[in-house]
Design a protein around this ligand. Sequence first.
Ligand code: ZN
Length: 132
Amino acid sequence: MLLKPQKPVKEKYLTSLRLFYIDMSRWSSKSVEERIKFFEAKKPICYCCGGTGLVKDTSQRCVVEGLKYADYITCPVCNKTGFTTIERIRQNYRDELNWYKEKLNRYRKELSIYNSIKKKLTKEEFEWLIYQ
Ligand SMILES: [Zn+2]
């Protein structure tokens, strides 16, 4: 079977650093307005711990209960401050954008191969390939 490559979706949060931060910090107990206030004060909330400075110890993960009974440990990203830096968010944002661009490039290559195959076959041959 030959499947037409699907164009990767560019998530809305990849359109600006601010939207990226808001999306990444969505697990925080703070409201969007509060999170933006911290962001504008150049003291964005750490999105690893949601601003609490503590995270569950993943080495205590249970196959049945997951992290339900795991102890809290100091957040390794912010070292218990509950805050991160704009630079770190910017770097994560760039990494995500680059990951999306790689997916888009791979899609374009695959689409070009797909179209090249389609062009070389008759309509019947192509349909036969599609519906196998
Ligand atoms: Zn943290």
